[in-house]
Write a protein that binds this ligand. Structure first.
Ligand SMILES: [Cu+2]
Length: 171
């Protein structure tokens, strides 16, 4: 009888150890993922024209690279409704939109290549703010955050298709 109980205890302690090991591994994986996310998150808070992270809430802009028979290669604003900083009709689908930003504001541009017609690569640049996306393949996207720290008239563009450009006014 006593022997049997000891046996049971031994069994349960084995399964307990196994469980703990599994848990440690699981928590380890979760911790690794979380720290990866936080490093990526921390990096994403460093603007392209700065060295230290900015703990502000950026103003978001969504823009897609497209080709259409009517307008050729163009940036198309994905904003719908009225979006602060965008000069235009306010509806979605503005071709090569002009932007107006306040000086000192934090801006995030979310760029996506939705060029389903030609599948060309596209990139997004604003030289004065060190904004340079990589060459985005079809359906690739990238978010670029910068501080609009200079007043003036600037331009964003794709260096593969010079016609894909628009104005940025910072005032
Ligand atoms: Cu392009």
């Amino acid at each position: 009888m006593a022997k049997k109980r000891r046996q049971q205890n031994a069994n349960s302690s084995v399964s307990f150890t196994r469980m703990t090991k599994k848990r440690i591994i699981t928590y380890g994986i979760i911790a690794a993922i979380l720290s990866g996310i936080s490093i990526a998150g921390y990096r994403s808070m460093i603007p392209t024209n700065g060295n230290s992270p900015v703990f502000g809430i950026p103003i978001n802009h969504f823009v897609k690279a497209k080709y259409s028979d009517g307008s050729g290669y163009a940036w198309v604003s994905m904003s719908s409704g009225s979006v602060k900083g965008l000069r235009g009709s306010g509806g979605g689908g503005i071709i090569n939109p002009s932007y107006v930003f306040g000086k000192g504001s934090l801006q995030s541009v979310h760029v996506i290549n939705e060029d389903y017609k030609t599948h060309s690569k596209h990139n997004f640049n604003i030289d004065e703010f060190n904004v340079h996306s990589k060459d985005l393949a079809y359906y690739e996207s990238q978010t670029i955050t910068f501080v609009a720290d200079k007043a003036g008239n600037f331009q964003y563009y794709c260096n593969i298709h010079p016609e894909m450009k628009g104005d940025i006014v910072i005032e």
